[in-house]
Ligand binder design. Structure first.
Ligand code: AMP
Length: 550
């Protein structure tokens, strides 16, 4: 519905600029802490839009970012989609091969790159046909010679602070994010204007992750991950103050921002909040008194973590989501009648992934194709649909066939639903490992390991880990006469060259045979039961203590 009546992002920025011109957007950057008001933000965003036009970017073109969380990145959040172009946030933690693939698949015209990530993208782009014709802009005040990238400040300098933002249709593609959540090549998920609008509006309901104009919102979850769970949009819709933690923030950086900027709402994967807990427990005094709510998602929030923050009067909201869901699916709010129950009952509920967000529908289907009863015991695969759930993958018809059924997205997550409607993750049908909130493809590692001389079978499984939630362990069957020590060294060195350091398995173990299912596939479940000796990995959680969810 064109003519300014459609569900688009434009009104959120328009309103924040008009109602809250003096509210701040603060950012830790490689050049120090920066401060802008919404009024300045709107001017800079218009300058960016004009600069993109001058560069030749047109409606439907894709503009990519390769950045941490900071104000300049936030400027692309409205500055790109509001022109009718599409913002493609690239995850810089991916292996080079994936980065080349997605830049090519998305057909990116231009990539905005952080200086601290320049070497990474230069490595991926070197000699790569996928990067031909792609221009770079350096996210800062200085250019990056190696990428022939002008400085962002130069790029937007001398541009007008007025921009005639077009009327867009709700179906206009606004964002793009790739997920490596299942095996094979990363899959693109396209966010339309109306998906982002409806996700923002649902987030703003009391059963979402609501924010007020008095809030100070710090998304620690990376802006390359499903729009930092939509928080930059939600915070703008609220007229809240934004705080961006910049490149690779450590617990001390987060603590300083919370204290000095008075952060009230923050969000990130469990590893972030475990890190802050460790920092405090290690003797560092941190004033958490302004912090009201911490949203933990992307991986299961351990119960002990929820309790630790409770003791400090910080409410943990456990949330579940997916790239395909823009991303929020469930939030573990307490239903009103449960607020009268004892703490034990409450914390058990809050440790579950939660109640479906208003606006979505779901069903849970068991192996016989039947819908499971809501009894907290019976489990099946979660299927979900709604206005901010993608209906298809970008350019991937074969993935559409596998992952959607009758309009429902098959999530690959196995769940129970209790009498109160709380969803709890108990397993995954997808063969992947999620470590510190980032995917590691076990199948890709297996294919890499099997290629080594002397290896006849290889299987990689995730072991529950206190800090990273999961870490990979490789189980290898060798041919006769192989020098095992030398093989492990070869594998580890080789994987380090091909993959990011954190993909390399924490242990390589030798077994006689990989257990198989009746159809001859690797049985990861049996493998874990037979050989998943937790002592293999430092920091692993013994099976008995592992969170039930995972
Ligand atoms: P992504 O698309 O990378 O955001 O990953 C989505 C997947 O992460 C989900 O399908 C789950 O397997 C997992 N996940 C997300 N949130 C949670 C959570 N709160 N608890 C357990 N797993 C989660």
């Amino acid at each position: 519905m064109p003519g300014g009546h459609a569900q688009t992002l434009r009104p959120f920025m328009w309103r924040a600029e008009r109602l809250y011109p003096d509210t701040e957007i603060v950012s830790r950057t490689h050049e120090g802490r920066t401060r802008h008001t919404y009024a300045e933000y709107a001017d800079r965003t218009a300058r960016l839009a004009n600069a993109l036009d001058a560069h030749g970017i047109e409606r439907d073109d894709r503009v990519a970012t390769f950045c941490w969380n900071h104000t300049r990145h936030f400027e692309t959040y409205f500055g790109v989609p509001n022109t009718g172009a599409q913002l493609h946030t690239i995850n810089p933690l991916l292996p080079d091969e994936h980065i080349r693939y997605i830049v090519d698949d998305a057909d990116d015209e231009i990539v905005f790159v952080d200086p601290s990530l320049a070497e990474k993208i230069a490595g991926a782009a070197e000699g790569a046909a996928e990067f031909e014709g792609v221009d770079f802009v350096a996210m800062g005040s200085s250019e990056i010679d190696a990428l022939d990238a002008p400085a962002y400040e130069e790029f937007i300098a001398d541009r007008s602070t007025e921009y005639d933002w077009p009327d867009l249709d709700g179906d206009q593609p606004a964002g793009l994010c790739y997920t490596s959540g299942t095996t094979g090549k990363p899959k693109g998920v396209e966010y339309t204007q109306s998906m982002l609008w409806s996700h923002t509006m649902a987030s703003q309901t009391p059963q979402g992750i609501p924010m007020e104009d008095s809030d100070v919102v710090m998304p620690v979850v990376p802006m390359f991950h499903v729009n930092a769970w939509g928080m930059p949009f939600t915070a703008t819709a609220a007229g809240a103050k934004h705080v961006y933690p910049g490149p690779s923030p450590d617990p001390a950086d987060l603590a300083a921002l919370i204290e000095e900027e008075g952060v009230t709402v923050s969000a990130g994967v469990p590893t972030v909040w475990l890190g802050l807990r460790e920092y405090v427990e290690g003797g560092n005094e941190v004033d958490l008194s302004t912090l009201d709510t911490v949203i933990i998602g992307g991986a299961a929030a351990p119960r002990a973590l929820i309790e630790w923050y409770d003791e400090r009067d910080v409410e943990v909201l456990h949330a579940w989501g997916m790239t395909e869901l823009s991303p929020i699916g469930t939030v573990s709010h307490l239903k009103h009648d449960l607020r009268e129950t004892d703490y034990e009952t409450q914390v058990k509920k809050r440790s579950k992934q939660g109640l479906v967000a208003p606006g979505l529908e779901f069903e849970v289907i068991d192996e016989d194709g039947e819908e499971v009863p809501w009894n907290g015991d019976d489990f099946g695969e979660l299927r979900i649909r709604g206005p901010w759930v993608t209906k298809e993958y970008f350019k991937r018809p074969e993935a559409n066939e596998a992952e959607f059924v009758d309009g429902w997205l098959k999530t690959g997550d196995v769940v129970t639903v209790d009498e109160d409607g709380y969803i709890q993750l108990v397993d995954r049908t997808k063969d992947v490992i999620k470590s510190g909130g980032e995917w590691i493809s076990s199948v890709e590692l297996e294919n890499a390991i099997i290629a080594y001389d002397g290896v006849s079978e290889a299987a990689v499984v995730g072991v529950s880990h206190e800090r990273w939630q999961e870490r990979p362990v490789a189980f290898v069957v060798v041919t006769d006469g192989v020098d095992r020590e030398e093989l492990v060294e070869r594998i580890e060195t080789g994987l380090r060259e091909e993959y990011p350091e954190w993909w390399v398995p924490d242990a390589v173990e030798f077994i006689d045979e990989v257990p198989k299912t009746a159809t001859g596939k690797f049985s990861k479940k049996d493998l874990r039961e037979q050989h998943g000796d937790q002592s293999l990995v430092e920091g692993a959680v013994p099976e008995a203590d592992a969170p039930e969810e995972e």
